[in-house]
Design a protein around this ligand. Structure first.
Ligand SMILES: [Cu+2]
Length: 396
């Protein structure tokens, strides 16, 4: 294949992802459903709803043909959704199947402090092979998420996050903006080189640690393994230097995200959001990553209705919002302008894959009830007096 041929086929591959016929095909819609984490079915034990989460190393295909190793809850990125009612008693069995330490933090929930999942602050890390049981009452209602709170620099961008939705039967948003369908989108940013390097070196260290433990030569301080915070402070007093003292990391060694995902996928694999004329849909946006996103929707002004799960005093309209790390925002999109519209980060660095546009968190709002003549590019061209439509990848 010569360069020209390559460029042509490349352009076709990316444009296809936003063409009406492709987006409206049954097969596309079926595949699209799988890009949203389904809520887990709880096991009922007395008045508790029980869930099982485990953490293991898994593979995630971010874009077609590109897979990375991830730390994933229940072998999926994002982890499965937990969806309960306000006031439900929740019990989560968390099993660590990796050779690394982890915890789970319930972001935005008012759990008892011993259940908050911050290692050495309110619980011991859940060590390799261990199980920890989290118990709490689901409060307050709204859009929240869960994530690992150990080694968050690596663990979160490796995939350890999932949505936690608490429903309220008297949801004021549903009264003001009646809606049936809703979508949950989790944003993250990944430095795939950093993830590979760190995971490999940590696993190597773990191998060495296991060997030394077996042969009775394991030195806790060398591996920075302490059972309590006091033990760590004591070691420092005795002259132990934590890694951040002896081993400074240059800014260039910190993660420089090169892939930007929505529900674990980058364009052209990002999920689509489907809507119909006259319909309201609710979109729950969760930033589980380290980057700030400036999300812009074309052709519409959506309603911002909840901020960190809490209904805003007065919903207001906008077409670009700012989604900071750790924040959740709920928006209502009113189906008022039939077409296929882009929804993306307006900082264009985050609509690239490994530096190449188009990619990242580009996605589409798709009207299912597009008239047939608008699904055929030839007919559309005729309608507006052109012999053919220009091949533009995306409208920016
Ligand atoms: Cu972790």
């Amino acid at each position: 294949m010569n360069r020209r041929e390559f460029l042509t086929t490349g352009a076709v591959a990316t444009t296809t992802a936003f063409l009406p016929k492709f987006l409206l095909a049954d097969s596309t819609r079926e595949a699209n459903q799988k890009k949203f984490s389904q809520p887990m079915t709880p096991k009922i034990d007395g008045d508790f709803k029980e869930f099982r989460l485990f953490i293991d190393i898994a593979q995630q295909e971010i874009v077609p043909g590109f897979k990375i190793h991830t730390l994933a809850f229940n072998n999926q990125v994002p982890g499965p959704e937990i969806r309960v009612n306000q006031g439900d008693k929740v019990r989560v069995f968390f099993k660590n199947r990796t050779e690394l330490n982890h915890t789970i933090h319930w972001h935005g929930l008012h759990v008892p402090w011993r259940m908050d999942g911050v290692p050495y602050v309110n619980q011991m890390p859940v060590m390799p092979g261990q199980e920890f049981v989290y118990e709490f009452v689901a409060e307050p209602y709204g859009t929240h998420f869960y994530h690992c709170h150990w080694g968050t620099l690596l663990h979160m961008q490796s995939g350890m996050y999932g949505s936690f939705i608490i429903e309220n039967p008297d949801d004021p948003i549903k009264k003001e903006f009646p809606h049936e369908r809703e979508y949950t989108l989790l944003y993250s940013a990944h430095d795939t080189n950093f993830i590979r390097r760190e995971l490999n070196s940590m696993l190597e260290r773990m191998k060495e640690r296991m060997y030394l433990m077996k042969t009775g030569r394991f030195n806790k301080e060398r591996f920075a393994v302490f059972d309590t915070k006091d033990e760590l402070l004591q070691a420092i007093q005795n002259g132990y230097q934590p890694p951040y003292v002896v081993n400074r990391r240059a800014p260039s060694e910190l993660p420089q995200p090169n892939f930007f995902t929505v529900n674990g996928k980058s364009y052209p694999a990002t999920p689509n959001i489907y809507i119909r004329e006259g319909e309201n849909i609710r979109v729950r946006l969760i930033n589980a990553g380290t980057e700030e996103h400036f999300l812009h929707l074309h052709g519409h002004d959506f309603w911002l209705v909840c901020d960190d799960g809490l209904p805003v005093p007065q919903p207001w309209q906008q077409n670009t919002l700012r989604l900071s790390p750790g924040k959740t925002l709920d928006i209502i999109i009113e189906g008022k302008n039939r077409g296929i519209w882009t929804f993306h980060d307006h900082d264009t660095r985050r609509v690239t894959n490994n530096g190449l546009y188009p990619g990242g968190n580009l996605m589409a709002l798709v009207y299912e009830d597009l008239p047939p003549e608008e699904t055929d590019p030839g007919m559309m061209a005729k309608k507006i007096g052109l012999t053919s439509l220009p091949m533009v990848a995306l409208d920016e």
